[in-house]
Design a binder for this molecule. Structure first.
Ligand SMILES: [Zn+2]
Length: 324
């Protein structure tokens, strides 16, 4: 994160992260001069285009073991199939849910068989569809206590410095709260909850084992360690322990077992590239990528350290998005 980057570059550079904080129906403040209104409208249009691209359909497919991809092109959703019903990990925006349901059906599974909904974290682009999916399936939501609070108020208590209008999504309630190390079990499948706070206060990374042609393979669903624009690491009254949380999270992430690296944003783990290689019949399974995971964590930690050091040196905070 380059906090001194000019604002003009900022929207494009961080567009991916801005989207998870945007509403498509944000009013333009009347007091803004005409040039600012034009600029904001143009930025909003760009955001809507990128939002749409995240929801672009992606052909559902079998990843490995009992894990399937059922999300759109930009934001992930994973189906974990068990004899006792299925687990859905992340629901995207509320507008993503119909596509997820279609993908589940196209793979030959039934939407009502989703018994448990899990999330990487409770931002609107990953848990914004929880309320609707819960209504469609009667599934139970299992979530960390910190993110369950965020889910319950639809993002209104988020610590990011954006307007509540930007972070809001349809709220719902978690049915069971999870602590670090808890195991979610269904039909013989065990998903281990690893609290990896920082991106949200209850951000969660999940691990499980699958059988890949007779070999036990460790699957990791990464929670996220992205630092959103405008979030301060030093003297952050909305999140005083953010630095120690991030430090502990990076330490933990480096030690978790990971053969298969999966993540909430498709770009984090090269969904499209690996899916194409898998479809061509490449072996071993291209999603088995432990070094890709470790490299990603190292790079993310470096961005965190860069911002931390810049703040310690007195650099001004990158402002929140100027989009209205
Ligand atoms: Zn997020």
């Amino acid at each position: 994160m380059q906090i001194s980057r000019p604002a003009r570059c900022y929207a494009a550079r961080w567009g991916a992260f801005l989207f998870l904080l945007m509403s498509s129906a944000r009013p333009v403040p009347a007091a803004l001069p005409a040039t600012e209104v034009d600029k904001n409208q143009a930025e909003n249009a760009a955001i809507r285009r990128e939002w749409d691209s995240w929801n672009h359909p992606f052909k559902p497919f079998h990843i490995i073991g009992n894990v399937y991809y059922v999300g759109p092109a930009g934001i992930s959703s994973f189906l974990i199939v068990t004899p006792a019903g299925n687990i859905l990990l992340d629901t995207g925006f509320e507008s993503t849910v119909p596509g997820i349901c279609q993908s589940i059906t196209n793979l030959g599974f039934r939407v009502p068989d989703v018994k448990i909904i899990l999330n990487t974290h409770a931002h609107l682009d990953h848990a914004g569809g929880d309320a609707l999916m819960k209504r469609l399936t009667a599934a139970k939501i299992f979530m960390s206590a910190a993110d369950a609070s965020l889910l319950a108020d639809g993002g209104m208590s988020d610590f990011t410095p954006y307007s509540r209008e930007m972070v809001h999504f349809r709220p719902t309630h978690a049915d069971q709260l999870l602590r670090d190390g808890d195991v979610v079990s269904l039909g013989g499948v065990r998903l281990v909850c690893h609290l990896t706070p920082g991106h949200t206060k209850g951000c969660t990374t999940w691990t499980m084992e699958v059988n890949d042609h007779g070999r036990i393979v460790h699957v990791l669903f990464f929670g996220s360690t992205s630092l959103l624009p405008g979030v301060r690491l030093l003297n952050n009254p909305r999140y005083p322990q953010i630095v120690t949380d991030y430090q502990a999270t990076f330490c933990k992430l480096k030690t978790l077992p990971c053969d298969v690296f999966l993540a909430p944003h498709a770009g984090f783990f090269d969904l499209a590239g690996k899916a194409a290689r898998l479809e061509r019949g490449e072996t071993p399974n291209p999603f088995i990528d432990p070094s890709g995971y470790q490299n990603f964590i190292r790079q993310s930690e470096q961005k965190f350290l860069d911002q931390w050091h810049q703040e310690q040196a007195g650099a001004p905070a990158m402002p929140p998005p100027s989009v209205h």
